[in-house]
Design a protein around this ligand. Structure first.
Ligand SMILES: Nc1ncnc2c1ncn2[C@@H]1O[C@H](COP(=O)(O)OP(=O)(O)OP(=O)(O)O)[C@@H](O)[C@H]1O
Ligand SMILES: [Mg+2]
Length: 298
């Protein structure tokens, strides 16, 4: 049993990821996360989107139309013309899947994720997300693609001069949602991540774990079918990372496809979900119920 999970159990977090009997009770995002960080517990909204955590080792059948499909994808950054960051990668990710992308620093994980959001365009091959070929997509369509993709990053990327509420609301304001929708959805999603009481705080008044929960709330508030996370727990200590991981897992339980780059060996080994391992731009492993594998000097 990895040590930091043991520590967290000692703090009273239910053993829902790490093994042992699965609890029968319904654990909401807000109550569970609040317990893991010791903050106030908010009553979950009725008809909540977020399901209990039951997904350990869950395998999503690889049938139907993939949410994400890469076909012979090569990405060459102009600054490194002789060393493709991704080299002839083909991969399918199906709706509802939870995929960890692992590998050494520089192996191409962030490059892979940046292709999915069309931050960068494949040099060769096709990247198909939600039925659209991003290699051929016109630039003006990219903002519409991004409405369907929530993103969470290691460094949170919150706006420092906006409150917690303002940061989450901004995601909806940018896509022209009416005030009535914003006023309904923002408090609900903040309740679900256990931050209803901190709505009026500014980012510099929050802990790292709380800031990351704001960024997860912001990524989810428009209920996108795909969540792309680049080392979302990279700046957080293990117990707080576990809380964020549970939140992402619970979001995945509602049907959201999650693709997450990570160096967090214990998390990957504990969750036993699909693992795609990259090495020097190649997929070297694609495993259901995978483990982190052996990477030293990460
Ligand atoms: N903007 C860029 N210009 C040139 N080369 C880049 C650029 N971004 C990344 N690279 C190179 O592409 C390769 C893959 O980088 P990438 O950021 O995808 O790795 P990573 O697996 O996410 O690493 P880490 O674990 O450190 O985040 C590396 O060799 C890196 O140096
Ligand atoms: Mg990276």
């Amino acid at each position: 049993m990895p040590s930091h999970f043991r520590d967290t159990e000692q703090q009273g977090v239910p053993d829902v990821i790490t093994g042992g009997p699965e609890p029968v009770q319904t654990i909401t995002a807000s109550t569970d996360i609040a317990r893991s960080e010791g903050s106030a517990v908010d009553a979950p909204a009725s008809g909540s989107l977020y399901a209990p955590l039951e997904s350990k080792g869950k395998v999503v059948p690889r049938t139907g139309t993939p949410t994400i499909s890469l076909r012979g994808v090569t990405l060459i950054y102009p600054a490194q013309p002789n060393k493709p960051a991704l080299d002839d990668v083909s991969l399918d990710i199906y709706p509802g899947d939870f995929v960890f992308v692992v590998g050494h620093s520089g192996s191409g994980k962030s490059t892979f994720l940046r292709l999915l959001t069309r931050e960068i365009k494949a040099t060769k091959g096709d990247v198909i997300v939600a039925g659209q070929n991003l290699t051929k997509m016109r630039n003006w369509k990219v903002p519409y693609l991004r409405r369907q993709i929530g993103t969470v990053y290691q460094d949170f990327k919150l706006l420092p001069d906006k409150t917690v509420y303002g940061n989450v609301a901004f995601a909806l304001e940018c896509i022209g949602k009416p005030r009535s929708v914003i006023e309904a959805q923002v408090p609900e999603v903040l309740r679900l991540v256990g931050l209803a009481e901190k709505m009026d705080n500014f980012p510099d008044q929050l802990s790292g774990g709380e800031q990351q929960r704001v960024s997860v709330a912001r990524a989810m508030v428009n209920r996108p079918p795909l969540l792309v996370c680049d080392e979302p727990t990279g700046n957080l200590d293990p117990a707080i990372s576990l809380g964020i991981m549970k939140l992402l897992d619970r979001i995945n339980q509602t049907g959201t496809t999650v693709v997450m780059a990570t160096h967090d060996r214990e998390m990957v080994d504990s969750m036993r979900r699909r693992v795609v391992a990259l090495e020097a731009g190649h997929v070297v492993r694609d495993q259901e119920r995978g483990g982190y594998g052996f990477y030293d000097a990460l």
